[in-house]
Design a protein around this ligand. Structure first.
Ligand code: KG4
Ligand code: ZN
Length: 335
């Protein structure tokens, strides 16, 4: 299988499914601009994303993000030939802001509209760095998802394994909160881990045996016990390093097992947790040792962004897919 065609004309992509308001302009697979207005500072004071506040912040940020994306790409609104927007899954009020903006723009301009699945966006993000071979396995790790997906070709997906409870990003976020490292947790754990010993506190890896599923809820409980039992003696750096090492080891083991199970020769890594440098390095090393191709996008395309939505929307638009003005924001949707 080779790569399909991509939509040639300037394409505007929008992403508002959670706490980033993002707009991007693409031409084919080229990302001309990718503007991300993060709400992290606002949600930090509550220690997590507050859906109602997220929706309101998207309303304020969406038009400036679109204007900035157009201007950074050097194109005018009149040049845009299609709009792709995340319409599922996510916070319904947040998604609605992007979907409404996309409908208004496509109605006024008379150009095609297409709703994109957020996870397909993550899955397509490694296309920014390579002509991916097929079949390959994509490890999608974010705040809400941990999935190993067999990608036979773009648009043809089979979930091989997934978490039965918390997502990998949640394990980072909840662990960080227990360690007093604040929100969002992944980046904070990564930084604290730099000066820590990863073998200091052994933590549970969840499911045992020859599985490619995940369970991270026991890890959170184990970190809570560790914090309680160590009290003042706790080394936060060592705990962060141990937590990160446990998550990285589990993700690496299961991803390699999935690749082997379907006889693929390539692995991609996507989603917010793919920004984790220890995970990127471990997977790169282990894949290269086994002769497995490995690709992951630059860090700014791992966390939520509109460019990845543009990549997924682009090949679908090129093959003629379109949505009508009845396009809905859908909170839950399988890949
Ligand atoms: O994909 P994403 O931006 O949003 C969702 O779709 O969920 O992922 C957000 C998640 C959060 O849990 C955050 O803590 C995690 O990605 N994350 C990281 C890092 N940067 C972001 N986790 C580990 N290490 C990082 N450097
Ligand atoms: Zn995401």
């Amino acid at each position: 299988m080779s790569l399909p065609a991509f939509f040639e004309g300037p394409l505007l992509a929008l992403e508002t499914s959670c706490d980033e308001t993002s707009a991007a302009v693409l031409r084919g697979r080229s990302i001309l601009s990718n503007i991300v207005a993060s709400q992290i500072e606002m949600h930090r004071k509550w220690g997590g994303v507050v859906p109602e506040a997220a929706s309101r912040a998207h309303v304020e940020a969406i038009l400036p993000a679109i204007e900035e994306a157009l201007s950074a790409a050097g194109v005018g609104l009149s040049d845009i030939e299609a709009v792709a927007v995340t319409n599922r899954p996510g916070l319904v009020g947040a998604l609605s802001v992007g979907v409404t903006a996309a409908k208004a723009l496509t109605f006024v301009k008379g150009v095609p509209l297409l709703g994109v699945h957020h996870l397909e966006g993550h899955l397509c993000s490694p296309l920014s760095v390579a002509d991916l071979p097929f079949p390959h396995v994509c490890l999608i790790v974010s705040g809400g998802h941990t999935e190993l997906v067999e990608v036979s070709e773009l648009g043809s997906y089979r979930v091989l394994g997934q978490t039965i409870d918390d997502a990998a990003g949640e394990a980072f976020d909840k662990g960080a909160r227990l360690l007093g490292l604040g929100y969002p947790g992944g980046r904070a754990v990564q930084e604290a881990a730099l000066s820590g010993r990863s073998d200091r506190y052994p933590l549970p890896k969840g499911l045992k045996g020859d599985t490619i599923d995940f369970s991270f809820s026991g890890l959170k409980t184990a970190v809570l016990r560790l914090v309680e039992s160590e009290g003042e003696r706790l080394s936060v750096a060592d705990a962060a390093a141990s937590l990160q090492e446990t998550i990285v080891a589990v993700l690496t083991e299961r991803a390699l097992r999935a690749v082997e199970r379907i006889g693929a020769r390539a692995l991609t890594l996507a989603g917010g947790v793919a920004a984790n440098l220890a995970l990127r390095e471990r997977l790169a090393t282990e894949c290269s040792r086994r002769g497995i191709g490995f690709w992951t996008p630059p860090v700014e395309l791992c966390t939520d962004n509109a460019a990845m939505i543009g990549l997924a929307g682009s090949y679908r638009l090129a093959r003629g897919e379109r949505d009508g003005f009845d396009l809905d924001a859908t909170p839950n949707a399988p890949l």
